[in-house]
Design a protein. Structure first.
Length: 336
Protein backbone atom coordinates (compact mmCIF):
# COMPACT_ATOMS: atom_id res chain seq x y z
CA UNK A 1 0.00 0.00 0.00
CA UNK A 2 1.47 3.34 -1.09
CA UNK A 3 1.91 5.84 1.75
CA UNK A 4 2.26 9.59 1.74
CA UNK A 5 5.95 9.17 2.67
CA UNK A 6 6.46 7.15 -0.54
CA UNK A 7 4.94 9.98 -2.57
CA UNK A 8 7.15 12.52 -0.79
CA UNK A 9 10.30 10.49 -1.47
CA UNK A 10 9.38 10.02 -5.15
CA UNK A 11 8.67 13.75 -5.62
CA UNK A 12 11.74 14.85 -3.63
CA UNK A 13 9.71 16.83 -1.08
CA UNK A 14 8.70 16.44 2.56
CA UNK A 15 5.54 14.56 3.59
CA UNK A 16 4.07 17.85 4.88
CA UNK A 17 4.47 19.36 1.40
CA UNK A 18 2.50 16.46 -0.10
CA UNK A 19 -0.17 17.08 2.51
CA UNK A 20 -0.30 20.78 1.59
CA UNK A 21 -0.60 19.89 -2.10
CA UNK A 22 -3.56 17.63 -1.32
CA UNK A 23 -5.34 19.97 1.05
CA UNK A 24 -4.49 23.38 -0.38
CA UNK A 25 -4.03 24.47 3.20
CA UNK A 26 -0.78 26.32 2.41
CA UNK A 27 0.54 27.76 -0.88
CA UNK A 28 3.22 25.79 -2.72
CA UNK A 29 4.91 26.50 -6.04
CA UNK A 30 3.36 25.24 -9.27
CA UNK A 31 6.50 23.23 -10.02
CA UNK A 32 6.32 21.47 -6.62
CA UNK A 33 2.60 20.77 -7.05
CA UNK A 34 3.30 19.29 -10.49
CA UNK A 35 5.97 16.93 -9.07
CA UNK A 36 3.65 15.80 -6.28
CA UNK A 37 0.79 15.16 -8.71
CA UNK A 38 3.07 13.17 -11.03
CA UNK A 39 4.31 11.07 -8.09
CA UNK A 40 0.73 10.39 -6.97
CA UNK A 41 -0.22 9.33 -10.48
CA UNK A 42 2.83 7.14 -11.06
CA UNK A 43 2.60 5.38 -7.67
CA UNK A 44 -1.19 5.02 -7.71
CA UNK A 45 -1.53 6.71 -4.33
CA UNK A 46 -5.11 7.16 -3.05
CA UNK A 47 -5.45 9.71 -0.24
CA UNK A 48 -7.70 8.71 2.65
CA UNK A 49 -11.16 10.25 2.99
CA UNK A 50 -10.01 13.02 5.32
CA UNK A 51 -7.38 14.21 2.84
CA UNK A 52 -9.87 14.10 -0.04
CA UNK A 53 -12.28 16.15 2.03
CA UNK A 54 -9.68 18.83 2.67
CA UNK A 55 -8.67 18.94 -0.99
CA UNK A 56 -12.15 19.11 -2.48
CA UNK A 57 -14.34 20.34 0.40
CA UNK A 58 -16.17 17.05 -0.06
CA UNK A 59 -15.94 13.82 1.87
CA UNK A 60 -17.30 11.48 -0.83
CA UNK A 61 -19.39 9.95 1.94
CA UNK A 62 -23.19 9.65 2.10
CA UNK A 63 -25.08 9.15 5.35
CA UNK A 64 -27.82 6.48 5.35
CA UNK A 65 -30.06 7.29 8.30
CA UNK A 66 -32.10 4.24 9.24
CA UNK A 67 -32.95 4.04 12.96
CA UNK A 68 -33.55 0.41 13.87
CA UNK A 69 -36.67 1.03 15.91
CA UNK A 70 -38.94 -1.60 17.43
CA UNK A 71 -41.18 -3.31 14.89
CA UNK A 72 -38.83 -2.81 11.93
CA UNK A 73 -38.04 -5.89 9.86
CA UNK A 74 -34.24 -5.65 9.77
CA UNK A 75 -33.60 -8.06 6.84
CA UNK A 76 -35.80 -5.94 4.55
CA UNK A 77 -34.14 -2.74 5.76
CA UNK A 78 -30.74 -4.24 5.03
CA UNK A 79 -31.81 -4.93 1.43
CA UNK A 80 -32.30 -1.19 1.02
CA UNK A 81 -28.94 -0.52 2.71
CA UNK A 82 -27.03 -2.94 0.46
CA UNK A 83 -28.53 -1.34 -2.62
CA UNK A 84 -27.56 2.16 -1.39
CA UNK A 85 -23.99 1.08 -0.61
CA UNK A 86 -23.54 -0.75 -3.93
CA UNK A 87 -24.84 2.16 -5.98
CA UNK A 88 -22.85 4.73 -4.00
CA UNK A 89 -19.63 2.85 -4.79
CA UNK A 90 -20.36 3.22 -8.50
CA UNK A 91 -20.17 6.96 -7.89
CA UNK A 92 -16.96 6.63 -5.82
CA UNK A 93 -18.83 7.35 -2.57
CA UNK A 94 -18.79 5.47 0.72
CA UNK A 95 -21.78 5.19 3.05
CA UNK A 96 -21.95 6.01 6.76
CA UNK A 97 -24.75 3.94 8.31
CA UNK A 98 -26.57 5.65 11.20
CA UNK A 99 -28.86 3.22 13.03
CA UNK A 100 -29.44 4.84 16.42
CA UNK A 101 -32.70 6.59 17.28
CA UNK A 102 -31.23 10.07 17.54
CA UNK A 103 -33.68 12.22 15.56
CA UNK A 104 -32.55 15.76 14.84
CA UNK A 105 -29.53 15.39 17.15
CA UNK A 106 -28.10 12.58 15.06
CA UNK A 107 -28.56 14.50 11.83
CA UNK A 108 -26.98 17.60 13.31
CA UNK A 109 -24.03 15.60 14.59
CA UNK A 110 -23.01 14.47 11.11
CA UNK A 111 -24.01 17.57 9.18
CA UNK A 112 -22.27 20.05 11.48
CA UNK A 113 -18.95 18.47 10.46
CA UNK A 114 -17.39 17.49 7.13
CA UNK A 115 -18.33 13.84 7.71
CA UNK A 116 -20.85 13.54 4.86
CA UNK A 117 -21.80 15.31 1.66
CA UNK A 118 -25.48 14.30 1.62
CA UNK A 119 -28.08 12.14 3.36
CA UNK A 120 -30.57 9.38 2.61
CA UNK A 121 -33.21 9.14 5.35
CA UNK A 122 -35.38 6.06 5.96
CA UNK A 123 -38.17 5.04 8.36
CA UNK A 124 -40.07 8.22 7.60
CA UNK A 125 -43.04 9.16 9.77
CA UNK A 126 -46.09 11.10 8.57
CA UNK A 127 -45.19 13.99 10.87
CA UNK A 128 -41.48 13.31 11.08
CA UNK A 129 -39.69 15.59 13.60
CA UNK A 130 -36.60 15.61 11.35
CA UNK A 131 -38.35 17.48 8.52
CA UNK A 132 -37.60 21.08 9.59
CA UNK A 133 -33.89 20.30 9.89
CA UNK A 134 -33.79 18.48 6.54
CA UNK A 135 -35.44 21.48 4.86
CA UNK A 136 -32.87 23.86 6.36
CA UNK A 137 -29.67 21.87 5.74
CA UNK A 138 -26.98 23.26 3.45
CA UNK A 139 -26.50 19.84 1.86
CA UNK A 140 -28.88 17.66 -0.16
CA UNK A 141 -31.01 14.83 1.14
CA UNK A 142 -33.39 12.20 -0.19
CA UNK A 143 -36.08 10.50 1.88
CA UNK A 144 -37.11 6.90 1.27
CA UNK A 145 -40.70 7.39 2.33
CA UNK A 146 -43.33 10.11 2.13
CA UNK A 147 -44.33 12.29 5.09
CA UNK A 148 -47.77 13.89 5.18
CA UNK A 149 -46.27 17.07 3.70
CA UNK A 150 -43.35 16.52 1.33
CA UNK A 151 -43.05 20.13 0.15
CA UNK A 152 -39.43 21.22 -0.20
CA UNK A 153 -38.14 17.64 0.11
CA UNK A 154 -37.05 14.92 -2.30
CA UNK A 155 -38.90 11.65 -1.62
CA UNK A 156 -38.97 8.24 -3.27
CA UNK A 157 -40.74 5.01 -2.35
CA UNK A 158 -43.08 2.29 -3.47
CA UNK A 159 -46.62 3.67 -3.73
CA UNK A 160 -47.76 1.80 -0.63
CA UNK A 161 -51.29 3.22 -0.82
CA UNK A 162 -51.64 1.83 -4.33
CA UNK A 163 -50.10 -1.46 -3.12
CA UNK A 164 -52.80 -1.83 -0.46
CA UNK A 165 -55.43 -1.04 -3.07
CA UNK A 166 -53.99 -3.57 -5.53
CA UNK A 167 -54.23 -6.41 -3.01
CA UNK A 168 -57.88 -5.66 -2.24
CA UNK A 169 -58.81 -5.16 -5.91
CA UNK A 170 -57.31 -8.57 -6.68
CA UNK A 171 -59.38 -10.23 -3.96
CA UNK A 172 -62.51 -8.35 -5.06
CA UNK A 173 -62.09 -9.56 -8.66
CA UNK A 174 -61.97 -13.11 -7.32
CA UNK A 175 -65.34 -12.60 -5.62
CA UNK A 176 -64.22 -12.15 -2.01
CA UNK A 177 -66.58 -10.03 0.08
CA UNK A 178 -64.99 -10.07 3.54
CA UNK A 179 -61.29 -9.18 3.88
CA UNK A 180 -58.80 -8.30 6.61
CA UNK A 181 -55.42 -6.60 6.75
CA UNK A 182 -52.89 -8.17 9.11
CA UNK A 183 -50.50 -5.28 9.46
CA UNK A 184 -47.26 -4.20 11.04
CA UNK A 185 -46.59 -4.36 14.80
CA UNK A 186 -48.64 -1.86 16.86
CA UNK A 187 -45.67 0.39 17.64
CA UNK A 188 -45.17 1.03 13.91
CA UNK A 189 -48.65 2.56 13.74
CA UNK A 190 -48.22 4.45 17.01
CA UNK A 191 -45.18 6.19 15.46
CA UNK A 192 -47.31 6.90 12.36
CA UNK A 193 -44.69 5.31 10.15
CA UNK A 194 -45.59 6.52 6.68
CA UNK A 195 -45.48 3.31 4.63
CA UNK A 196 -47.67 1.40 7.13
CA UNK A 197 -50.23 4.22 7.25
CA UNK A 198 -50.34 4.39 3.45
CA UNK A 199 -51.10 0.66 3.19
CA UNK A 200 -54.03 1.05 5.60
CA UNK A 201 -55.34 4.00 3.58
CA UNK A 202 -55.19 2.05 0.34
CA UNK A 203 -56.64 -1.14 1.83
CA UNK A 204 -59.58 0.71 3.42
CA UNK A 205 -60.29 2.87 0.36
CA UNK A 206 -60.37 -0.12 -2.00
CA UNK A 207 -62.53 -2.19 0.37
CA UNK A 208 -65.05 0.66 0.70
CA UNK A 209 -65.04 1.28 -3.06
CA UNK A 210 -65.86 -2.38 -3.72
CA UNK A 211 -68.41 -2.67 -0.92
CA UNK A 212 -66.37 -5.22 1.03
CA UNK A 213 -66.52 -5.82 4.77
CA UNK A 214 -63.02 -5.12 6.08
CA UNK A 215 -60.95 -4.78 9.23
CA UNK A 216 -57.36 -3.84 10.12
CA UNK A 217 -55.30 -5.79 12.67
CA UNK A 218 -51.82 -4.65 13.77
CA UNK A 219 -49.86 -7.69 14.90
CA UNK A 220 -46.57 -8.45 16.61
CA UNK A 221 -44.10 -10.29 14.39
CA UNK A 222 -44.14 -13.60 16.30
CA UNK A 223 -45.64 -17.07 15.66
CA UNK A 224 -47.76 -16.91 18.84
CA UNK A 225 -49.18 -13.59 17.70
CA UNK A 226 -50.00 -15.11 14.30
CA UNK A 227 -52.08 -17.81 15.95
CA UNK A 228 -53.86 -15.28 18.15
CA UNK A 229 -54.76 -12.95 15.29
CA UNK A 230 -55.96 -15.87 13.13
CA UNK A 231 -58.25 -17.08 15.93
CA UNK A 232 -59.58 -13.55 16.52
CA UNK A 233 -60.26 -13.00 12.82
CA UNK A 234 -62.25 -16.22 12.49
CA UNK A 235 -64.16 -15.45 15.68
CA UNK A 236 -64.99 -11.86 14.72
CA UNK A 237 -65.34 -12.33 10.95
CA UNK A 238 -66.66 -15.85 10.31
CA UNK A 239 -67.33 -14.94 6.65
CA UNK A 240 -63.66 -14.02 6.11
CA UNK A 241 -62.21 -15.39 2.84
CA UNK A 242 -59.42 -12.92 1.98
CA UNK A 243 -56.41 -11.67 3.92
CA UNK A 244 -53.75 -9.07 3.08
CA UNK A 245 -50.51 -9.42 5.04
CA UNK A 246 -48.16 -6.46 5.53
CA UNK A 247 -45.82 -7.95 8.11
CA UNK A 248 -42.93 -9.90 6.56
CA UNK A 249 -41.99 -12.26 9.45
CA UNK A 250 -45.65 -13.18 9.97
CA UNK A 251 -46.42 -14.43 6.47
CA UNK A 252 -45.62 -18.13 6.80
CA UNK A 253 -46.65 -18.47 10.50
CA UNK A 254 -50.02 -16.90 9.67
CA UNK A 255 -50.68 -19.32 6.80
CA UNK A 256 -49.73 -22.19 9.12
CA UNK A 257 -52.07 -20.86 11.82
CA UNK A 258 -55.06 -20.63 9.48
CA UNK A 259 -54.45 -24.15 8.16
CA UNK A 260 -54.17 -25.51 11.72
CA UNK A 261 -57.57 -23.92 12.34
CA UNK A 262 -59.03 -25.85 9.41
CA UNK A 263 -58.80 -23.35 6.55
CA UNK A 264 -57.02 -24.43 3.37
CA UNK A 265 -55.11 -21.85 1.32
CA UNK A 266 -56.42 -20.97 -1.23
CA UNK A 267 -59.49 -23.25 -1.26
CA UNK A 268 -61.02 -21.65 1.85
CA UNK A 269 -58.90 -18.55 2.31
CA UNK A 270 -56.99 -16.42 -0.19
CA UNK A 271 -53.84 -14.68 1.07
CA UNK A 272 -52.02 -11.76 -0.53
CA UNK A 273 -49.01 -9.86 0.82
CA UNK A 274 -46.84 -6.78 0.42
CA UNK A 275 -43.29 -8.03 0.84
CA UNK A 276 -40.04 -8.84 -1.00
CA UNK A 277 -40.50 -11.47 -3.73
CA UNK A 278 -38.18 -13.98 -2.08
CA UNK A 279 -40.37 -14.02 1.05
CA UNK A 280 -43.54 -14.47 -1.00
CA UNK A 281 -41.99 -17.41 -2.86
CA UNK A 282 -40.72 -19.25 0.23
CA UNK A 283 -43.90 -20.66 1.92
CA UNK A 284 -45.08 -24.09 0.79
CA UNK A 285 -47.97 -22.24 -0.85
CA UNK A 286 -46.28 -19.38 -2.76
CA UNK A 287 -48.06 -16.13 -1.99
CA UNK A 288 -49.60 -13.66 -4.43
CA UNK A 289 -47.84 -10.42 -3.59
CA UNK A 290 -46.92 -6.85 -4.38
CA UNK A 291 -43.13 -6.70 -4.37
CA UNK A 292 -41.20 -4.30 -2.14
CA UNK A 293 -38.58 -3.12 -4.69
CA UNK A 294 -35.80 -2.41 -2.21
CA UNK A 295 -32.98 -2.65 -4.77
CA UNK A 296 -34.66 -0.25 -7.20
CA UNK A 297 -35.61 2.24 -4.50
CA UNK A 298 -32.11 2.25 -3.01
CA UNK A 299 -30.46 2.66 -6.41
CA UNK A 300 -32.75 5.47 -7.50
CA UNK A 301 -32.38 7.27 -4.16
CA UNK A 302 -28.61 7.41 -4.65
CA UNK A 303 -29.03 8.51 -8.28
CA UNK A 304 -31.32 11.35 -7.19
CA UNK A 305 -28.77 12.38 -4.58
CA UNK A 306 -25.92 12.36 -7.09
CA UNK A 307 -27.92 14.59 -9.44
CA UNK A 308 -28.61 16.99 -6.58
CA UNK A 309 -24.93 17.03 -5.64
CA UNK A 310 -24.20 17.90 -9.25
CA UNK A 311 -26.58 20.86 -9.12
CA UNK A 312 -29.31 19.32 -11.27
CA UNK A 313 -33.02 19.70 -10.61
CA UNK A 314 -34.82 16.52 -9.56
CA UNK A 315 -38.50 15.73 -9.00
CA UNK A 316 -39.71 16.21 -5.44
CA UNK A 317 -41.80 13.01 -5.56
CA UNK A 318 -40.95 9.65 -7.14
CA UNK A 319 -43.61 6.99 -6.52
CA UNK A 320 -42.98 3.51 -7.90
CA UNK A 321 -46.13 1.78 -9.13
CA UNK A 322 -46.93 -1.53 -7.41
CA UNK A 323 -46.12 -4.75 -9.28
CA UNK A 324 -48.30 -7.71 -8.32
CA UNK A 325 -47.31 -11.30 -9.04
CA UNK A 326 -50.09 -13.90 -8.82
CA UNK A 327 -49.07 -17.16 -7.18
CA UNK A 328 -50.84 -20.13 -5.63
CA UNK A 329 -52.24 -18.50 -2.49
CA UNK A 330 -55.26 -16.81 -4.12
CA UNK A 331 -58.29 -18.22 -5.90
CA UNK A 332 -61.94 -17.54 -6.49
CA UNK A 333 -64.18 -17.41 -3.43
CA UNK A 334 -65.88 -20.73 -2.87
CA UNK A 335 -69.66 -20.48 -3.19
CA UNK A 336 -71.56 -22.58 -0.66
Amino acid sequence: MVKITDVARHAGVSPSTVSYALSGKRPISEETRRRVEEAIRELGYRPHAGARALASSKSNVLALVVPLRAGIHVPTVMQFAVSVVTTARRYDHDVLLLTQEEGEDGLSRVTDTALVDALIVMDVQLHDPRLPLLRSLDRPSVMIGFPASAEGLTCIDLDFKAAGEACVEHLARLGHRTVALVGSPPEVYVRQTAFAQRVVQGFTAAADRNGLASSVHPCEAAPDAAREVAERLLREQPALTGVVVHNEPLLEPLIDAFEQLGLRVPADLSVTAICPDELAESPRVPVTSVAVPSAEVGTRAVELLMRKLGGADVPEATLLAPRMTERGSTGRRAVA
